[in-house]
Design a protein around this ligand. Structure first.
Ligand SMILES: [Zn+2]
Ligand SMILES: [Zn+2]
Length: 349
């Protein structure tokens, strides 16, 4: 089969690889239809690492995808060949204290697709996964939408964690795909939520407006904190930090009302950040870290299938597997108005 390897920093190579065999009774063999390029893939592409996770080249990236079931193991009753699925790319051990507590996303022996030293990624034609990681998608969902279930599930998880009430005033700082998914989930989960979205890239702000943002602002053009304060003089209930930058963490602390919550979803490139502890203390802010998602895949599928969330405005570009290098280059440069890049892997996809 064809596979795309990251062979060095900013170097991708299409190679032949052995097609995997179904060996375990609880596994399924999948044909990958479409794959979304994720910000974390880009970290590995440009830096070769995220924190302590360091790539040993060559490495196959990719974990956001839609697939068709080709074969199922002897013990798999829930899935059949020909069915289409969305994926939870985390394989949990099922036995540790975290798994037993229902926190498989912080499983102590977890393996994540496309993470160094864990599991190979999905920039391939065929992949074997545990059936537990696969969720059926209805025919009404396109392969693009099914590939976006994974990032949307992160937005759903973050919005649930924020416990947004009706009419919540919400900030989304950083309107890349995860910020946009959080915006969509916040609007779907909290009636009449008003979302204030920021980004440095104008095209992303246009997509944020298409996704229902009440207001968008570019910090390169205006003081976004002052602008949001004018519209919301009491401050925001919740800020989702989706950029992984010191400046957006600072903006979040400033924008929140007393008792508000800052949810950190962005992945910083540095190991340490700082907070204005006096401001945080005086407002008694809550700081919550979001690690991927937990049990939100089905909810994300249902939100798209029911029409309550429309992820399609995020998809700006399509590529073939052979064009993966170009897709990664555009996403890392944030050029050509790119928001979500989708790679079509199976010709029928
Ligand atoms: Zn991702
Ligand atoms: Zn575990």
């Amino acid at each position: 089969m064809k596979a795309v390897y990251l062979t060095g920093l900013r170097e991708m190579e299409l190679r032949q690889a052995p097609t995997p065999n179904l060996a375990e009774p609880h596994d399924v063999l999948l044909r990958i239809n479409t794959l979304g390029v994720c910000g974390s893939d880009i970290h590995y592409y440009t830096q070769g690492k995220i924190g302590s996770q360091v790539v040993a080249f060559p490495q196959i990236l990719g974990h956001e995808f839609a697939a068709t079931v080709v074969k199922v193991g002897a013990e798999v009753k829930s899935l059949h060949p020909g069915q289409r699925v969305a994926i939870d790319p985390l394989v949990a051990c099922g036995e540790c204290d975290q798994c037993r507590a229902g926190r498989k996303h912080t499983c102590r022996r977890q393996k994540f697709l496309g993470n160094p030293g864990q599991l190979p990624g999905a920039l391939v034609e065929y992949l074997v996964m545990p059936a537990d990681c696969c969720s059926l998608v209805p025919d009404s969902l396109s392969d693009d939408e099914a590939a976006l279930v994974e990032p949307l599930s992160i937005g759903v998880y973050a919005a649930q964690m924020a416990q947004l009430g009706p009419g919540a005033r919400v900030g989304v700082l950083g309107s890349g795909p995860i910020g946009l998914c959080t915006l969509l989930a916040a609007r779907a989960l909290a009636q009449q939520a008003a979302v204030y979205a920021t980004d440095l890239v104008e095209e992303r702000l246009a997509v944020a407006r298409a996704c229902g943002a009440a207001w968008t602002g570019n910090p390169q053009r205006e003081n976004v904190v002052a602008a949001i304060n004018r519209l919301e003089p009491l401050g925001l209930d919740v800020v989702f930090e989706c950029a992984g930058e010191q400046v957006t963490l600072d903006q979040g602390i400033e924008l929140l009302k007393p008792g508000g919550a800052l949810l950190i979803i962005g992945i910083p490139e540095v190991d340490r950040v700082s907070f204005n502890i006096n401001l945080m203390r005086r407002k008694e802010l809550r700081i919550l870290n979001v690690r991927r998602q937990n049990h939100c895949v089905e909810h994300a599928i249902e939100l798209i299938a029911s029409g309550r969330v429309d992820v399609r405005p995020m998809v700006t570009h399509h590529f073939r597997l052979e064009e993966t290098a170009r897709a990664f280059e555009l996403v890392s440069a944030r050029s050509d108005g790119i928001v979500k890049a989708i790679i079509r892997i199976s010709p029928a996809g």
